[in-house]
Design a protein around this ligand. Structure first.
Ligand code: SF4
Length: 432
């Protein structure tokens, strides 16, 4: 639940406005909201979503001013910690020098950062990525909510616990009133300003049904809606956009077409990428990314995954480890270690300095302090699961998901505690 610091509108130009808070200025899109210069607005993912009465905004800003500067100081002090005890090799030093001097790294350099580094060098890379995050995008950390509306899926991806061939799974589908109740709770009781509606590729959700859900949400709630409903026609996505949806979460999973088709029967990478590009052309904010630890995947594949994500210019990177599910054909696959995942996160930050990088729940599930380590290795976004708890347990895409039994209030309290400790402001004023 991004708290979203109220921002004052200082300039308006056609579809865009310039807003300001605590001396920082941002250009934002204004196509979801009417407002004038001098108004206060909440901004999420670079989009103004709600006006705030002046008195209320000023009172919130007063509270934030003290906390915001405290958090910035805390973040600065953590990134400026001394790294003098770490032993770094000459080849590693040479790569770091290239990064400092903004010189181009070779593929060999990148692969060394991904695979060749010692434990000390891995720690140094994470600290470097954290410094880059601070330098280029400061200390804001957006927290989105996710509601898993159905675990039915017509597809049979080999890595996925809710694939259609998993006959052991109890299936569910939220009714419209259940979705609206979950949205009401997330927005009105818990303050979320961005919600992702996620499902498998469920044919029940026809274009008309999805439009009805969107319209009902938009009638009552000032919330930025992301859809994560898998592959749908471009005309469906255009209609959802026209109805007010502004974000789409659609991963490409692997930049290697052979791996992609082997794991997603009857599917081709080129079609997926075409759809992701169409979403961008429609105007969607797109979150995309990949799985780490797929069968036959090499480090070159992982590097290509990061490069492809960057090329797609996403609003947010969403990548996580493959955690093998017992009721899938990949049950016996070995899951990757957190250390490897942290290298991928820090490399993504080094390659794409201004990006938003999500700590996925799959990453959190790898090991206990994963969220803190990922945020300290260059990540800067969190997702909180606000699906009603009885259904959340059934969205079993991989085993033992970290948040499956944890109340929303507890997830929020823990996330805030962690963010404050790390000097991060749980807000998202938008891209620079
Ligand atoms: S990965 Fe997505 S499309 Fe594939 S089976 Fe799982 S939910 Fe369905």
């Amino acid at each position: 639940m991004c708290y979203a610091i109220p921002a004052r509108v200082i300039k308006i130009e056609e579809r865009f406005a310039t807003v300001e808070y605590f001396g920082q200025k941002r250009k934002v899109l204004k196509d979801l909201l009417d407002f004038d210069i001098g108004d206060y607005v909440y901004v999420q993912a670079g989009m103004a979503i709600r006006k705030i009465p002046h008195l209320q905004a000023q009172s919130i800003l007063k509270t934030w001013k003290v906390l915001f500067s405290k958090l910035k100081n805390q973040d600065e002090s953590l990134i400026n910690k001394s790294y003098s005890g770490l032993r770094l090799s000459k080849p590693y030093d040479a790569i770091i020098k290239k990064i400092d001097e903004k010189r181009r790294l070779s593929v060999t350099d990148y692969l060394y950062l991904l695979n060749g580094v010692s434990s000390d060098e891995g720690k140094f890379s994470q600290q470097l990525a954290n410094r880059i995050r601070n330098k280029y995008i400061d200390n804001s950390c957006c927290i989105h909510g996710i509601i898993e509306i159905s675990n039915y899926c017509v597809r049979d991806c080999l890595y996925c616990g809710i694939r259609k061939s998993n006959k052991k799974l109890k299936r569910y589908r939220l009714k419209l009133n259940q979705i609206l109740e979950a949205v009401d709770y997330a927005v009105n009781s818990r303050g979320f300003k961005v919600l992702v509606l996620q499902a498998g590729e469920d044919a029940y959700y026809t274009k008309a049904r999805v439009l009805e859900i969107i319209r009902k949400i938009r009638q009552k709630y000032a919330v930025l809606i992301f859809l994560s409903l898998g592959e749908r026609s471009e005309s469906d996505y255009q209609a959802f956009f026209d109805a007010g949806v502004r974000g789409a979460l659609l991963r490409f999973e692997s930049a290697n077409p052979k791996i992609y088709s082997a794991l997603r029967p009857e599917k081709k990478l080129e079609d997926r990428l075409k759809l992701i590009k169409s979403l961008k052309n429609i105007g969607y904010l797109v979150a995309t990314g990949f799985l780490v630890g797929l069968p036959n995947e090499t480090d070159t594949d992982i590097l290509n995954n990061i490069k492809l994500t960057k090329k797609l210019k996403p609003e947010m990177y969403s990548f996580g480890p493959l955690i093998p599910h017992l009721d899938t054909p990949l049950a016996s696959l070995k899951k990757i270690r957190l250390a490897k995942m942290l290298r991928v996160i820090s490399l993504a930050r080094i390659i794409d300095k201004k990006s938003r990088i999500l700590v996925t729940t799959a990453t959190e599930t790898l090991a206990k302090p994963a969220k803190e380590k990922a945020l300290s290795a260059g990540a800067n976004s969190l997702m909180i699961n606000v699906t009603p708890i009885d259904f959340r347990r059934l969205y079993d895409i991989y085993p033992n998901r970290r948040s499956r039994n944890i109340k929303v209030e507890t997830q929020i309290a823990r996330s805030l505690k962690l963010l404050y400790r790390l000097g991060r402001a749980p807000t998202d004023i938008g891209a620079q």
